[in-house]
Ligand binder design. Structure first.
Ligand SMILES: Nc1ncnc2c1ncn2[C@@H]1O[C@H](COP(=O)(O)OP(=O)(O)OP(=O)(O)O)[C@@H](O)[C@H]1O
Ligand SMILES: O=c1ccn([C@@H]2O[C@H](COP(=O)(O)O)[C@@H](O)[C@H]2O)c(=O)[nH]1
Ligand SMILES: [Mg+2]
Length: 227
């Protein structure tokens, strides 16, 4: 899985661009993609905003893209709302279409993608349709008690910030997202971040990971060559 060749095999300009940009050696002038995964309330969006502000990456939140689509009143909107209320993951084609459009429209081609891919269907679409081979996958480690506490005091009016939905989202994370993390872990791409600490401490560790990426080091390659 993943792209290893520079040969373009698709007819969409966007897909070609991402495919080529992520297919070879990582260097400081190439497009970079970092995934940020972690349980609900672990602080993904908080840290991704800081990464965008201080480290110059474009923050794409899968949850926010879906929320904007729901707000737009489109055909998919009503269905997205229902899935979100239930803490379920929408069919991949919906989120992939939104991410593809957002990436295509962005001038900045370094992306930090918040909360995607979340299950094996997403993973397959990310590799085979979006042609993304991430440079790194940050995984936020935080206790369920702390995540629940954070969500219940978040006060952003989210339809899914209710205890019953939080429990469902925690289950979806364990059952569907952990296998995705295991997959990237086997490729040496995962950096586990202790997200139970204060916001600035978490960000300090993240800055270190981005320094490595900006120095042209692909985390997967670094791990595999040190073996
Ligand atoms: N390290 C931290 N310590 C304490 N509170 C935090 C920390 N990081 C984030 N928060 C707060 O916890 C709440 C959840 O954070 P955030 O929205 O970033 O989580 P998330 O992982 O994006 O959640 P979701 O998956 O539900 O979108 C927010 O109110 C945020 O301000
Ligand atoms: O890839 C995705 C990402 C999100 N969802 C749905 O949105 C909510 C909220 O996402 P957050 O990232 O926690 O803001 C999530 O519970 C899913 O219902 C999705 O379906 N697919
Ligand atoms: Mg979030």
């Amino acid at each position: 899985m993943g792209s290893t060749s520079n040969k373009c095999v698709c007819d969409s300009n966007l897909i070609c661009f991402i495919y080529l940009q992520n297919s070879g050696e990582v260097s400081s002038n190439q497009s970079k993609v970092v995934y940020v995964l972690g349980g609900p309330g672990s602080g993904k969006s908080t840290q991704c905003s800081k990464i965008a502000k201080h480290l110059g990456f474009r923050h794409l939140s899968a949850g926010d893209l879906l929320e904007a689509e729901a707000e737009s009143g489109s055909n998919d909107g009503k269905m997205i709302r229902e899935y979100k209320k239930e803490g379920k993951l929408v069919p991949s084609e919906i989120i992939v279409k939104l991410l593809q459009k957002a990436m295509q429209e962005s001038q900045n081609k370094n992306f930090v993608i918040d909360g995607f891919p979340r299950n094996e269907e997403n993973l397959s679409a990310a590799e085979n349709i979006l042609k993304i081979e991430p440079n790194a996958v940050l995984v936020f480690d935080c206790s369920e008690e702390e995540m629940t506490r954070r969500i219940l005091s978040r006060n952003q009016g989210r339809v899914d910030d209710k205890i019953d939905t939080i429990k469902k989202r925690l289950n979806v994370y364990s059952e569907s997202t952990l296998p995705v993390i295991n997959y990237y872990s086997s490729k040496g791409k995962v950096r586990k971040i202790d997200a139970g600490r204060p916001i600035e401490e978490v960000f300090d560790e993240i800055k270190g990971v981005f320094s490595e990426l900006n120095a042209g080091q692909d985390l997967g390659r670094k791990e595999s060559t040190s073996n």
